[in-house]
Design a protein. Structure first.
Length: 146
């Protein structure tokens, strides 16, 4: 019976370890997807900014502003700065989500490692208990038999 319980502890530990490895792989895949989605969103933000700045330039020219001078340039510069900040925000947010996923994966892996150690320790305890009780039974029988 003790051998079955020890084997059960080992199987449980190995299962926890494998689950931890799997969950880490899933989290790493999620991190990569977050990074890809962030890069795609950043490209969309940059493209939208280019279109908006182009429309802004066209509107300034159509309204008789002297393009490339004075307040027209200031407005374009501010639009470019805002677009760059928007793109950097998207990139930073995606990186934070990816980092969070990788951290969750590392935690899952550590939990799996701990499950394996706990399973092995549990098995060792079962075997030690069995050996101790076996030794006591054998010692009692030997002494009583003399």
């Amino acid at each position: 019976m003790e051998a079955m319980q020890a084997a059960g502890n080992i199987v449980q530990g190995v299962a926890g370890y494998e689950a931890g490895k799997y969950n880490q792989a899933v989290a790493n895949t999620e991190a990569i997807e977050q990074e890809r989605a962030g890069a795609a969103e950043e490209a969309r933000v940059r493209e939208a900014a280019r279109v908006a700045i182009g429309a802004q330039l066209a509107a300034q020219g159509a309204n008789g502003f002297a393009m490339g001078t004075g307040s027209a340039v200031d407005a374009l510069m501010q639009s470019q700065v805002n677009a760059a900040l928007d793109a950097m925000t998207v990139r930073r947010d995606a990186a934070a989500r990816a980092r969070s996923a990788r951290t969750a994966g590392a935690i899952a892996r550590a939990q799996g490692d701990n499950a394996l150690v706990a399973g092995m320790m549990g098995a060792a305890a079962r075997v030690t208990d069995w050996a101790s009780s076996r030794s006591s039974v054998t010692a009692g029988t030997t002494r009583g038999g003399r």
